[in-house]
Design a protein. Structure first.
Length: 245
């Protein structure tokens, strides 16, 4: 099949699919959105969407529950999906993380793969996540940790129970976590979960112990190829393990 014929066939197939948009429940892989019509697609049954920020603006999805952003950052008003519960962002800034609390008031879980710094001060306004139960962020590095404190400063997280940090726990990383949570306006954190891609040296309990003493009740270290190892505040009182293997 020649390229012009193939393009015509693809366009026809897309037209047929779009005509059934009111029945869609899941859409994945929408990147630029340029192939979609200029007017928004009416998708009242859509529950799960995977797209770019620019592609998101193409959908009228009042019942959307799960959103995964593949690329880009918002440069204008984020489309309103008041019933959204779960969001996965490939890239975000502290301001974006705080701003989406007003746009998506029922948010329960947030995952951010990569965080970039803001030119503006993210602490210039307070934000409240009244329903947020789980937050996943990259563990800040020694050289670039200011964004972590900016994200949490003055943040209200009344029902946050689990903070997942992608990276290997170090003393400087733990100090950064404690500094960030110390400036959080409201937080009832129970568990911190460290996730690493590959198993490294055993985790020194002395490194994470300050978190158990004053911040959370339980810490787990999760490797990609083995079951997680967990230590709680009660474990420190009964025994005194030196490592999490």
């Amino acid at each position: 099949m020649s390229k012009p014929v193939r393009r015509k066939a693809d366009a026809r197939l897309l037209e047929i699919l779009q005509s059934e948009s009111r029945r869609w429940e899941t859409v994945v892989g929408v990147l630029r959105g340029v192939e979609w019509p200029s007017s928004k697609l009416d998708t009242p049954q859509l529950r799960t969407l995977e797209c770019s920020w620019s592609g998101l603006d193409r959908f009228n999805a009042p019942n959307l529950r799960r959103l995964r952003i593949l690329e880009g950052i918002p440069t204008s008003t984020i489309p309103t999906c008041k019933k959204l519960r779960h969001i996965h962002l490939q890239c975000a800034s502290p301001n974006i993380i705080r701003f989406i609390s007003a746009t998506f008031p029922l948010m329960e879980t947030i995952v951010v793969a990569d965080v970039i710094g803001d030119h503006d001060d993210a602490r210039s306004h307070s934000a409240t996540y009244s329903c947020l139960e789980s937050l996943t962020l990259p563990l800040p590095s020694d050289r670039d940790s200011h964004w972590f404190t900016e994200t949490f400063d003055g943040l209200h997280l009344p029902v946050l129970r689990k903070l997942t940090l992608v990276g290997y726990p170090t003393k400087s990383g733990v100090n950064c976590i404690m500094a960030a949570l110390a400036v959080t306006a409201t937080c009832n954190l129970q568990v911190i979960d460290f996730q690493t891609a590959t198993r490294q040296d055993e985790v020194d309990v002395g490194v994470v112990e300050p978190l158990l003493s004053v911040v959370v009740r339980e810490i787990s270290v999760r490797y990609s190829d083995v079951a997680p190892r967990t230590i709680s505040r009660e474990d420190l009182q009964v025994a005194c393990p030196t490592t999490l293997k």
